[in-house]
Design a protein around this ligand. Structure first.
Ligand SMILES: [Zn+2]
Length: 200
């Protein structure tokens, strides 16, 4: 039988932290220990921030982004170019593009990529709303999808769906390595890929 080193609340904290990406059990124990040692300046503010986020986050019904307001802050921003929608797989990709800061566009988050073997078809993704949005004042849809097989298959599917509309469909160009996921690219590479985007 394994002996427990801490009370069940602490074990639970460690088990939950261990579910975060990039944290195994060992790192989760270290993180938990740091939190417990720094109760007032870290643990309590973090708990409050988590509570607040859990109470307020909503998915934007327009673009699929996650924010505390619906429509999200980006959709409501009048300084953004209303003629350009940048389509991404995940919210992390949207954040990466915003960090790169090259385009002041609107976005559309698909929520993943097509993957028939995993049961992910067009209906499982936020595609119907994208097709609806692809109308004036939108003039260009930039498919900023991962350079993976699934990402590119998804891009081809979307290009087919958008055909026949008065919309320019473009994709990221140079700089995105084959198999590359946007979230892991540095900002300069992303910026270059956006600036030299090309038509499908
Ligand atoms: Zn939005």
């Amino acid at each position: 039988m394994s002996k427990k080193a801490a009370g069940s609340e602490i074990e639970r904290l460690i088990a939950l932290l261990a579910r975060l990406p990039g944290l195994g059990h060992r790192s989760a124990r270290k993180a938990a220990l740091t939190l417990l040692k720094r109760r007032t300046d870290l643990l309590e503010p973090l708990a409050a921030a988590l509570n607040e986020a859990a109470a307020k986050i909503v998915q934007c019904s327009n673009c699929g982004n996650i924010d505390t307001v619906n429509p999200c802050t980006i959709c409501q921003d009048p300084r953004r170019d209303p003629s350009l929608i940048v389509v991404v797989e995940e919210i992390g990709d949207l954040w990466a593009l915003e960090r790169a800061g090259v385009v002041k566009s609107h976005y559309h988050v698909l929520g993943g990529h097509l993957s028939p073997l995993d049961g992910v078809g067009p209906e499982q993704l936020n595609i119907a709303r994208l097709i609806e949005r692809s109308a004036p004042p939108v003039k260009e849809v930039l498919l900023a999808l991962n350079a993976t097989v699934e990402g590119q298959a998804t891009a081809h599917y979307l290009t087919d769906q958008l055909r026949g509309r008065d919309i320019k469909v473009t994709r990221l160009a140079q700089g995105v390595p084959v198999g590359g996921e946007l979230d892991y690219l540095d900002e300069g590479t992303l910026a270059a890929a956006i600036k030299s985007r090309r038509a499908f």
